[in-house]
Design a protein around this ligand. Sequence first.
Ligand code: GSH
Length: 201
Amino acid sequence: MQLIYAAASPFARKVRVLAAETGLLERIELLDTAVLPTTLNERVNALNPLGKIPVLLTDDSEALYDSRVICEYLDTLHDGPRLLPQDAARWSVLRLVALADGLMDAAVLARYEKAARQPEQQSQAWLDGQLGKVKRALAELERQAERLQGPVDMAQIGVACALGYLDFRFADLDWRAAHPRLAAFQQAFAQRASMRSSAPV
Ligand code: GSH
């Protein structure tokens, strides 16, 4: 398999962490690329018309996206405990995955506003709107922090990658100050080899 990814992408990091946690990483060739919503990346677009990464090319040369689909696919390829529970717990895990993905979506859009647009084009209202989503997602994750315990699952991976992205791009947000339970979760989860080897650059 091949994974089209960027080292800074929190969505691609989710896939890399899940692959490492499930012993699948050695079966995946990592292909680094750069993407921006303002620049067409022909190689990515040929595989995903949305022009977004991550994209996984399966051994059957099928292009899979987005990160949630790829994670679910990879979760069917290993013999260990499933990282997306198959019982009733599935729905609360998926909801946390959606919350973490939404946090990442908003943070990435805020990042693009600052990094991909000229200063005179940037909208403070847009930035405030996206960062408002980030803050509300953090508050909800803090409320649900007890769900981030126990054996590694997709929710823990998603939340850890979302928080890691905030540290990487929005360190000045100081999210730990008001979210002690999340901070404790992240401190422990970030020690995992899968997280250490996929730190954004
Ligand atoms: N829902 C997608 C997923 O879960 O994979 C989001 C992926 C995404 O937004 N990736 C960013 C991207 O490809 C990089 S972190 N941006 C390029 C663009 O928006 O055109």
